[in-house]
Design a protein around this ligand. Structure first.
Ligand SMILES: *[C@@H]1O[C@H](CO)[C@@H](O)[C@H](O)[C@H]1NC(C)=O
Ligand SMILES: *[C@@H]1O[C@H](CO)[C@@H](O)[C@H](O)[C@H]1NC(C)=O
Ligand SMILES: *[C@@H]1O[C@H](CO)[C@@H](O)[C@H](O)[C@H]1NC(C)=O
Length: 249
């Protein structure tokens, strides 16, 4: 269906663009840049065309809380390693809030106590302080360590040396952290269906029991399977062993 829609779409763009005599580009590149799209008269059509691209990344969102054991396990053993292998074909969104509650005036109560609220807040502020990849490495370090909160400063130093612990703590203790945590609360509260537990996973914005089961079983296989574009080598079953290198005893 997608392929057909894409074809029809390309055809529509072709009709539109045939009126634009100055266009010297083949249809395959019409949406590749704003300049070409303008020159070929297809600027209005491109956003939709871009959205229907077959190779759009698989979006994985994790709704979690920093101290929940199941969340830590999924984060450290599935989500992070899968993203390291498949980051070209997947996007990850992390929403630390989970089963927490927001009472009035930006006050939060967490399932695993104050410590968890602090962990959620530190992670939220780290996510807001740097590029996503750097933050993800740092949060992976925290979630996979013996003590999530105590390891935070060390993990930040290891994986995000340009970030500064004091400025993270300023965010954690100040209005910025409260504002960001409120956004997490709103996002979590807007889930459809509403979350019943954490880790709660959405794939391309959707949560079903089937997707959750598959993600918990093997997120890697799920993402490879859902990606519609040309699969990266990591997704192929390992058939070629000639390039492997071993150190025999
Ligand atoms: C379509 O998407 C590509 C890659 O994401 C982007 O570089 C390009 O500017 C987009 N085209 C238009 C006309 O928005
Ligand atoms: C941090 O949060 C602010 C406001 O919520 C937002 O405008 C900004 O883009 C965020 N920065 C990063 C790096 O996520
Ligand atoms: C790959 O490994 C199998 C045994 O597991 C072996 O029979 C085969 O010859 C190997 N192929 C190459 C190209 O080394």
């Amino acid at each position: 269906m997608r392929g057909v829609a894409l074809l029809i779409f390309t055809a529509c763009i072709a009709v539109v663009a045939s009126f634009s005599l100055s266009c010297k580009y083949p249809p395959s590149v019409w949406c590749s840049s704003l300049e070409i799209a303008t020159e070929c008269g297809v600027l209005r059509q491109c956003p939709e065309f871009n959205n229907t691209k077959a190779d759009s990344k698989v979006e994985v969102a994790l709704y979690y809380e920093s101290l929940c054991p199941g969340c830590r396990q999924f984060f450290a053993l599935q989500l992070f390693p899968t993203w390291v292998m498949l980051r070209d074909i997947m996007d990850v969104q992390l929403i630390p809030f989970g089963n927490a509650q927001e009472s009035t005036a930006g006050h939060f109560t967490c399932q695993h106590g104050e410590e968890e609220c602090l962990g959620n807040m530190i992670e939220t502020c780290i996510l807001n302080s740097t590029d996503f990849g750097t933050a993800f490495f740092t949060l992976f370090c925290m979630e996979s360590s013996a003590n999530v909160v105590k390891s935070a400063e060390t993990c930040l130093g290891l994986y995000s040396p340009t970030s500064n612990w004091e400025s993270i703590m300023t965010c954690v203790k100040g209005d910025q952290g409260t504002k960001l945590m409120h956004e997490n609360a709103v996002k979590t509260g807007a889930l459809k269906p509403p979350h019943e537990y954490v880790p709660w996973i959405t794939i391309n914005g959707e949560h079903t029991e089937d997707l959750q089961d598959k993600a918990m079983g093997s997120l890697f296989n799920l993402v490879c399977g859902l990606f519609k574009g040309k699969k990266p080598p990591a997704c192929a079953p390992a058939v070629q062993n000639k390039s492997r290198s071993y150190c025999f005893n």
